[in-house]
Ligand binder design. Structure first.
Ligand SMILES: Nc1ncnc2c1ncn2[C@@H]1O[C@H](COP(=O)(O)OP(=O)(O)OP(=O)(O)O)[C@@H](O)[C@H]1O
Ligand SMILES: [Zn+2]
Ligand SMILES: [Zn+2]
Length: 802
């Protein structure tokens, strides 16, 4: 490569373009498109991606590429193109889009090191460079007589490695291995020659006489219970040698998963998988919407379709929502495909994520199961993309680039000519409408695989409870059913629908609510520390003893936290054992898994939790599901609140009676007549869809229109309003007559971190140039953004209208 076209890591509006850099001789043969480089940019050196190459450049003064960070490209040509598409669609910088596709380790700050892998003799100059050390800073090479060529040769020979050290230090991991340098009989001779005092040395030799295979140093030292110096003595005698190898951090022990075999599909499943298999066989793109009730065997369809793809020598991406990426879920995929599966989710450390990514990058696995960002897995022969629980809002990224994984999946599916399967018991209105129109091909599973009816749902009106003198948070029905269930030795799942609820603090005398001084939102009470915290800016203060307004001491916290429910539950059913699962009890790594295993082993009668227990869990002994507050989401300022309520109730009801035992559900609510609650209780998706579509039509919301949300923020309220006002005017002038431009309106949270927030909402049916308008707006405000600390965020597919 002579001239590299580079996208530099400087996110500013004028810099969505490539810059030419000359490739110095030493990099000419190895530099390729898709690698990361370090280039001079103004006075600084910055990271960049090589996105193209040329023989010559039209510019006179072109600087040199300073350094190359990768030995193989980290982004394929397809991903480079996808990045361009992503940037354009989400109105982001190209560099931001490219960064989003890589694991964090490759995005962060870096420092390079040379690592010695071999204890054998190196090139003379290299030897003097290392000067007895195992690791040296890369820069030392620059001042030395060692050529780049020599280093590259040594890397190829496996004698040394280049390592990018990230601030977090979580890059590759190396382990030291020990192996014998002599044949067994020679070791045996040496064994007898050793003096009787050298007991540990003899033990070490003994080990290799019995088992000549290389073994990890740590393991060996532990086994023989000796120190490195003993080992060193044997190395010095030329009997053993040590060397370093790269180790993957595999968070899952693959051997621990019992192998599973494909199940004989039911008639319904067969009918559903057939069209998918056809597209796989024909190498054709199509989007399928797999609409199957909970427990209808969608996952088994995914597994078998993936098997087909693997048989064809191709690869598969499976997206599952973060919270259903449970050990149970991992087990289903690892059980079928073993170590051929990489798992990517946020609970992994940066290093673990990087390792999983590299296993994909090096074609060591063919299947990835992961949360949202796994959609960028660097596979080159994709045969299928599956999005489970396609209705989950976590598939939308809420930072730049604000993409929806579904759109990215479809884009990649088109490029790779492969099917995309969207699965759900409660598809989004958008997807279902597309299914009805034939844009997506609809596949339906109406029955559970166990042929059981869906669990019966009983709605309890909590107002009646109050009238009858029951002031607890448990209805009489729920209490009775829980008692009965536990008596029979079966288990209960209790969900507290907390979204929209928080444990805020209010004065009973004057009604004063403690708010964050920097954000217009109530502070949340944290019982453990007895402090009030803001969830938007991390502000905190101690819980007041008296009301700051009226001095009354009747200041109390309100709302129903899981802790509070647990306490009440213990009073109600003192003999029942409870596992509480919420953000607090699952913060530590692995605790989520531990709690679920405990429940699966029937070590508790009741699993009490927030939304996180509604999804994907499959316990055979659960026969009762209780929902404490079905309607707490309904009153949020969100046009999807009815849809989300319907989805959540359906999902959580689906946890009961999934195996031999039949199940029951009790839903407590203050609005029993709301259609989302009523229709969820009869599993009537069709009617819900029709009703909700009417609502969306009346109020002009998706899927009838597209939305774009601009949020403007500034520390000065007037400036925020004025800028928004101007944006509204600019847009009004540009758009079609059928398009609505709303604003300026204060955002649902009007102030965060002392910044006032106003918004402008665009509702449109057909605006082919809407993205250009948005870019123009950003351009016209670029001075205010740079110099006056104005912020404008644009979301082309808003989910949080906050
Ligand atoms: N063909 C089959 N024969 C027998 N059992 C099956 C079959 N397919 C799936 N199952 C079993 O039925 C249960 C439910 O299946 P699965 O979890 O795949 O459903 P699902 O539609 O993905 O459920 P959910 O949407 O609730 O997560 C599982 O225990 C699974 O092992
Ligand atoms: Zn008061
Ligand atoms: Zn705050």
């Amino acid at each position: 490569m002579k001239i590299a076209k580079v996208i530099v890591d400087v996110p500013a509006s004028t810099i969505n373009q490539t810059f030419d850099y000359r490739v110095p001789e030493k990099f000419k043969d190895m530099l390729r498109v898709g690698m990361r480089v370090v280039v001079p940019f103004g006075p600084r050196k910055v990271m960049g991606f090589v996105v193209g190459e040329a023989e010559e450049t039209e510019f006179d003064r072109v600087k040199d590429v300073h350094d190359v960070l990768d030995l193989t490209p980290v982004l394929t040509e397809e991903l480079l193109d996808l990045g361009k598409w992503l940037a354009k669609n989400t109105i982001s910088f190209y560099i931001t889009a490219l960064q989003a596709m890589l694991p964090q380790v490759l995005r962060a700050q870096y420092k390079k090191e040379l690592i010695r892998l071999s204890d054998g003799e190196l090139d003379e100059k290299l030897e003097s460079l290392f000067a007895g050390r195992d690791v040296i800073p890369y820069e030392e090479m620059d001042g030395s007589s060692v050529t780049y060529r020599t280093v590259q040769q040594a890397i190829q020979d496996g004698d040394i490695a280049v390592e990018y050290l990230v601030k977090s230090k979580e890059t590759k991991k190396y382990v030291t291995m020990i192996r014998p340098r002599r044949d067994s009989y020679l070791l045996e001779e040496a064994y007898h020659d050793l003096s009787g005092n050298a007991r540990k040395q003899r033990k070490l030799l003994q080990h290799f006489i019995e088992a000549p295979e290389p073994v990890e140093k740590q393991f060996l030292l532990k086994k023989v219970q000796t120190m490195g110096s003993t080992l060193k003595a044997l190395e010095d005698k030329g009997l053993l040698e040590s060397y370093r190898v790269e180790a993957y951090r595999n968070p899952y022990n693959d051997d621990a998963f019992a192998q599973t075999r494909p199940l004989e599909l039911t008639v319904e499943q067969k009918a559903a998988i057939q069209p998918i298999n056809q597209k796989i066989a024909d190498t054709e793109h199509e989007v399928f919407l797999l609409h199957g009730v909970t427990g209808s065997g969608k996952t088994e369809i995914y597994l078998q379709a993936i098997q087909n793809v693997l048989d064809k020598g191709e690869e598969a991406i499976v997206l599952v929502p973060e919270i259903s990426l449970t050990p149970q879920m991992v087990k289903r995929f690892k059980g079928r495909f073993g170590s051929n599966v990489a798992v990517m989710h946020s609970a992994l450390s940066a290093g673990e994520k990087y390792d999983e990514w590299r296993r994909i990058h090096r074609n060591e696995v063919q299947v990835v199961v992961g949360a949202r960002s796994a959609i960028f897995a660097p596979f080159e022969n994709l045969g299928i993309i599956i999005i489970d629980e396609e209705h989950e809002t976590t598939y939308k990224q809420e930072d730049q680039p604000r993409y929806h994984a579904r759109d990215v999946a479809i884009q990649r599916g088109k490029t790779h000519h492969c099917p995309v399967v969207l699965g759900s018991a409660t598809p989004t209105l958008e997807s279902y409408a597309r299914g009805k129109k034939g844009v997506y091909q609809m596949l339906t599973l109406k029955k559970r695989t166990n042929e059981q009816a869906m669990p019966e749902v009983k709605i309890v009106d909590m107002r009646d409870e109050l009238h009858a003198g029951n002031r607890t948070m448990f209805s009489r029905t729920l209490k009775e059913k829980m008692e009965e269930c536990i008596r029979k030795g079966e288990q209960v799942v209790l969900m507290l629908n907390r979204r929209g609820y928080s444990t805020f603090v209010m004065c009973r005398d004057c009604g004063h609510v403690k708010e964050c001084p920097h954000c217009d939102i109530a502070l949340t009470f944290h019982k453990n520390s007895s402090r009030l915290k803001c969830h938007y800016c991390s502000y905190e203060e101690p819980m007041p003893v008296n009301c700051p307004e009226c001095e009354s001491d009747l200041i109390r916290y309100f709302g129903t936290g899981t802790q509070k429910v647990e306490e009440a539950l213990t009073q109600l059913l003192p003999e029942a054992s409870i596992i509480r699962m919420d953000v607090d009890t699952t913060r530590r790594k692995g605790s989520h898994e531990k709690l679920l295993t405990k429940f699966a082993n029937k070590e508790a009668d009741i699993l009490l939790g927030t939304q996180m227990i509604a999804k994907g869990l499959d316990f055979e002994n659960v026969t009762l599901v209780g929902v404490l507050t079905a309607d707490s989401m309904l009153h949020l300022p969100d046009f999807r609140s009815a849809e989300k309520t319907f989805q959540l109730l359906t999902q959580v009801s689906g946890r009961a009676g999934r195996h031999e035992l039949s199940g029951e559900v009790v839903v407590q609510t203050y609005t029993p007549d709301h259609y989302s609650i009523e229709l969820a209780s009869t599993y009537n998706y069709q009617d819900f869809f029709m009703q909700e579509m009417n609502v969306r039509k009346t109020f002009q919301y998706p899927p009838y229109v597209f939305l774009a949300l601009l949020t403007v923020s500034h520390t000065n309220q007037v400036k925020a309003v004025q800028a928004t006002q101007k944006i509204v005017q600019l847009l009004m002038k540009a758009v079609n007559p059928g398009t609505t431009v709303l604003g300026p309106t204060p955002s649902a949270i009007p102030r965060i971190k002392d910044r006032y927030r106003y918004q402008c909402m665009v509702k449109y049916k057909n605006e082919p140039q809407i993205r250009e308008y948005m870019e123009k707006i950003l351009d016209s405000f670029s001075d205010n953004i740079k110099k006056d600390d104005l912020q404008i965020t644009i979301d082309m597919q808003p989910y949080h209208l906050m």
